[in-house]
Design a protein around this ligand. Sequence first.
Ligand SMILES: Cc1cc2nc3c(=O)[nH]c(=O)nc-3n(C[C@H](O)[C@H](O)[C@H](O)COP(=O)(O)OP(=O)(O)OC[C@H]3O[C@@H](n4cnc5c(N)ncnc54)[C@H](O)[C@@H]3O)c2cc1C
Length: 275
Amino acid sequence: MKLKEITWYFPSNLEEVPELLKKERVLVYGGGTALLRSNLARVEGLIDLKALPLNYCREREGVIEIGAGCTYSQITEVLQKIDSHNILIRSLSGAASTPLRNRITLGGSIAFFPVWSDLMGPLLALEAEVALIGSSKGSFPLVEYLKKREIRNRSLITGIYYKKRELNSYYFRQSRTHFDYSAFSISILVKKSASLSASRIEEPAIVIVGCRNKFSKLSSLEESLKNCSPDEVQIKDITGSLEVEFAAKKNYSPDYLKHLAAVEMERALKAVLRS
Ligand SMILES: Cc1cc2nc3c(=O)[nH]c(=O)nc-3n(C[C@H](O)[C@H](O)[C@H](O)COP(=O)(O)OP(=O)(O)OC[C@H]3O[C@@H](n4cnc5c(N)ncnc54)[C@H](O)[C@@H]3O)c2cc1C
């Protein structure tokens, strides 16, 4: 069997990219961990991002900026120095395996967004913005990027950014063994103050990834927490009927997943509010 030829492009500055994105059947190559497992029969070219200046993770005027070319390992390493309580440190350091974390990129993981993603729940909770070039230029809220195909088409993610804040965070991934793909994940952020137990809960953000619509921001649950004292919250009451639905997955029925999510949400809220 004759192997199909694929043309590789190696742009070294961002100005070259929009023209390359206009080519038919040419895809962007980030870490390659999803691409190389997919059917490339119709692909004629790949745009390698390694020579582009997309490998940064830094703080600028209270904003954390992460380039699309950063790997999960690089992100956790740098965030430990510049945003040491960030939920991404916990979520990404538990993803996949060390060799994979050294390859999986931020940009590829946003564009691909698998249901087992350990990146997207935290980014959605952080209300990250995505920076794009190509057919869509500028920055867009991550939720908008995910919902609108026309924004994604023929666009290159150059990076994300989010406001650095002092937050209490909790991350949980449901899997039978450490290396399994997660069935769902829970990301929680609440505003941290000097004495949380004596204060009110501010800006709660709760996201489940892996549910029926891929992800869900639990707005009613967030509303029921807002401005409450952490000690007064009746956690069992508010997690009893979670506003989230699941499809059946290998080893899990939809009802079982919903039950597990409620149990883990109760644990998560206890940990994040009462710690
Ligand atoms: C065995 C295994 C286990 C895994 N387990 C986990 C896990 O537990 N948790 C987890 O979070 N992830 C996990 N992953 C990673 C996940 O499944 C994807 O493979 C990964 O997120 C893709 O990232 P990448 O950089 O390799 O993207 P690529 O494979 O390079 O690209 C993926 C898609 O994104 C597009 N793309 C790439 N970069 C950009 C960009 N900058 N702008 C626009 N489009 C772009 C590509 O064209 C392609 O369509 C696992 C992967 C494997 C192989």
